[in-house]
Design a protein around this ligand. Structure first.
Ligand code: CA
Length: 218
């Protein structure tokens, strides 16, 4: 809103259109702007919006669990993840009608990693073990609660692994998820047990009812 005043002061006339662009926390702020102040902008581009923060951190913690915690070693290497990323594109790129390396609608992609499973003749390290195939399936599966309720959507097929490979798939617990549980207001009493799946799931489900910092509006 301040920028609108700046524009008017600089150009000596008011703006005719205004758009919001933000990513991650900025994407979340874009969604809050739409929900709480829908008349502020003519359009909002919210990239990778980190909203529903409680579930997001529970989901990212579970993702760490699938891919390595508590061993501290990734059970699928970044090199193999790049092979998975290429296979995702190979399977789903054309679903939107254009083979351009981009999956326009990730929800349309029902990626199946089974074709990357090593056979007994494989020896070049460019295939996945059965355990790694299961890891990839979990990465691309939504997180559900113990009663089958959706807690958080899956990692989008086509998102690739370049940036988040370091954050989410390193074999270590994602630091945001760790700190969210460790220092979250009202939740200091929670004993954070790294890699303990039932504990992590309970934490995620309990958080469904809480919004300790108001940043988690779904
Ligand atoms: Ca495409």
């Amino acid at each position: 809103m301040v920028s609108k005043k700046v524009v008017k002061a600089y150009y000596s006339h008011a703006h005719t259109k205004s758009y919001y662009v933000g990513c991650s926390t900025g994407g979340r702020q874009g969604f809050r702007a739409i929900q709480d102040f829908p008349k502020d902008f003519d359009g909002v581009l919210a990239g990778a919006p980190a909203f529903d923060f409680n579930h997001l951190q529970g989901w990212s913690g579970m993702l760490s669990r699938y891919t390595g915690v508590p061993s501290g070693k990734p059970n699928i290497s970044s090199e193999l993840l790049q092979i998975v990323a290429k296979d995702v594109i190979a399977q789903c790129d054309a679903l939107d009608g254009v083979e351009d390396g981009i999956i326009d609608n990730p929800d349309s992609c029902d990626y199946r990693p089974g074709a990357l499973l090593c056979n007994k003749n494989a020896g070049d390290g460019l295939c996945l073990t059965a355990s790694q195939v299961e890891t990839v399936r979990k990465i691309f599966s939504p997180l559900y609660g113990t009663k089958g309720e959706l807690l958080f959507p899956r990692y989008d097929p086509g998102a690739g692994f370049s940036v988040f490979a370091v954050l989410l798939f390193s074999g270590n617990l994602f630091t945001f998820a760790q700190d969210w549980a460790r220092y979250g207001e009202r939740w200091k009493e929670i004993i954070w047990v790294i890699g303990h799946r039932p504990m992590l799931m309970s934490f995620t489900m309990i958080r469904h009812t809480l919004d300790p910092t108001t940043v988690s509006k779904p």
